[in-house]
Ligand binder design. Structure first.
Ligand SMILES: Nc1ncnc2[nH]cnc12
Length: 175
């Protein structure tokens, strides 16, 4: 398997190169199961979280440990949008994502009891990789629909040029 070196917060991993669309190869960032990488990324992202942030907001799956460590470090709560409907969800916010980065159209789901945690809160969006920015846009839309206000947009890695302003600490190539 072909790999590519990625570095964040001084920690390097040789990750698989995947081809989600023909002729477009990208290094696959994976935070799950790698506490050292997660901690390094969280430390690097911490200074980018705007003062006054009251809640962090992320999506399944890879950015969850990153957001968890960041939240713990900063003493903040966090909310996670799910990528599948769960049977117990009541009156969820359902938000379509336009992204095709990983070759799939997606929908984000947020149970109402978690949406309520965003009401009247200053919210910072956390992601692992931002490329088109469409997932971030969908997250922002969810926060607005939940009655919150987005004060920051942060991702560990940037890949290409997102359609909205996002703070990042490392760059990924499209090969
Ligand atoms: N390169 C990448 N690795 C992991 N998740 C991604 N989501 C979008 N781009 C990605």
């Amino acid at each position: 398997m072909e790999t590519y070196p990625i570095t964040i917060g001084g920690v390097t991993r040789h990750v698989p190169l995947i081809e989600p669309l023909p002729g477009r190869r990208i290094p696959l960032v994976e935070f799950l199961g790698d506490p050292e990488l997660v901690r390094a990324a969280a430390q690097a992202l911490k200074p980018l979280v705007p003062a006054g942030t009251e809640v962090l907001f992320t999506t399944e799956t890879s950015p969850i440990p990153l957001t968890h460590v960041l939240a713990e470090e900063m003493g903040l709560p966090y909310v996670v949008a799910r990528r599948r409907r769960r049977p117990y969800m009541e009156d969820p916010i359902i938000q379509e994502v336009q992204t095709l980065t990983l070759g799939v159209g997606e929908v984000l789901w947020l149970d109402r009891r978690f949406a309520e945690k965003l009401l009247n809160q200053k919210v910072t969006l956390i992601s692992d990789v931002v490329s088109s920015g469409e997932t971030m846009k969908a997250m922002e839309r969810m926060v607005l629909r939940a009655g919150g206000r987005v004060v920051g947009r942060i991702a560990a890695f940037r890949q290409g040029t997102p359609a909205l302003e996002v703070l990042t600490v490392a760059e990924l190539p499209v090969l």
